[in-house]
Design a binder for this molecule. Structure first.
Ligand SMILES: [Zn+2]
Ligand SMILES: [Zn+2]
Length: 307
């Protein structure tokens, strides 16, 4: 994995490749103007009507809206070029030297949520508001190192929501002359090395291509279809859905490593969104667990909590 500034002499060649037939953009950086709003709208849509977890989907929609407003009101003030020149994987979730910018984002998210969340959620938000910088950094380090059990479950989602906006702002500000490249292990985000939420088969200019969506920096990276992202095997894949073959949400299970990842098909439902549709299809996760498969991805609204 890695992201780097492409030297000028290579840029010309890249443009030629882009114009060529069959060019596959390896990475799609997030567009923050619409990302969280689209997610909030989709969550509300999925949470309308008879959905058994409607309340939770609507709550998640409020968080996504708060994320949108927080990123809008607190723009990133860093020089991405100097950050990208540091190392080959400068935005790595585990090693990136964070600034306190994400504390501002967290404060903004909490302020947005306080008036709209259920009474039961408020104490967690109030506690987070009072947490010291050291406590916040401790929880962030634990989450980014995938030590989810070290962070109280009622706090981890909000910490992650702020960290995610921070990383998404950095990913969205990566200058056009930088390129993220695939590493050896395609299951992890080439920008921040975090895990995917789910994957999407796209329509439009990237018609028919499958991209994995990062659960931290919201970048999407290309991964060929009909191949397990977790172990790269192709021989024992199966596709599961709750209704029929035409379902827009399926789980791709791999008999070689025993894991599964959801695939969302834009051609079947143009509005599918990586986080929203993954969260709304939680019953499919329960089915997959019954079948003996383990989830190879994490949804930012469903953290494995404190044990
Ligand atoms: Zn990422
Ligand atoms: Zn596998």
């Amino acid at each position: 994995m890695g992201i780097r500034i492409v030297p000028k002499e290579e840029l010309g060649q890249e443009r030629l490749k882009e114009k060529g037939i069959g060019f596959i953009p390896p990475v799609l950086f997030p567009n923050l103007k619409s990302l969280y709003q689209r997610r909030a709208e989709r969550l509300k849509e999925l949470g309308a009507g008879e959905h058994p977890f409607a309340d939770y989907l609507n709550f998640a929609a409020e968080v996504a809206t708060a994320q949108h407003n927080a990123q809008h009101d607190n723009p990133l003030e860093v020089d991405m070029v100097s950050i990208l020149e540091r190392t080959t994987s400068p935005l790595d979730a585990k090693t990136f030297p964070r600034t306190t910018h994400w504390h501002k984002l967290l404060t903004a998210i909490i302020a947005e949520l306080m008036p709209v969340v259920p009474e039961s959620v408020r104490p967690a938000l109030e506690n987070l508001n009072k947490a010291s910088e050291t406590e916040l950094e401790g929880m962030a380090t634990a989450l980014l190192n995938e030590e989810f059990e070290k962070v109280p479950a009622d706090k981890s989602m909000f910490i992650w929501a702020a960290l995610s906006v921070y990383w998404a702002q950095m990913a969205a500000n990566i200058p056009g002359k930088a390129r993220a490249e695939h590493g050896d292990h395609r299951h992890f985000c080439p920008v921040c090395n975090s895990m995917p939420v789910s994957s999407i088969v796209q329509i439009g200019t990237s018609q028919g291509l499958r991209y994995l969506h990062c659960n931290l920096c919201e970048t999407e990276w290309h991964m060929v279809r009909v191949k397990c992202s977790n172990c790269e095997q192709t021989g024992k894949l199966n596709y599961w859905s709750l209704d029929d073959e035409n379902a827009a949400v399926k789980a791709e299970s791999c008999g070689d490593c025993g894991s599964y990842l959801k695939i969302l098909y834009q051609e079947k439902e143009a509005k599918v969104e990586a986080v929203a549709d993954d969260l709304a299809s939680i019953i499919l996760d329960a089915r997959m667990e019954e079948e003996g498969f383990a989830r190879s991805s994490i949804n930012p609204f469903l953290f494995p909590g404190e044990k």
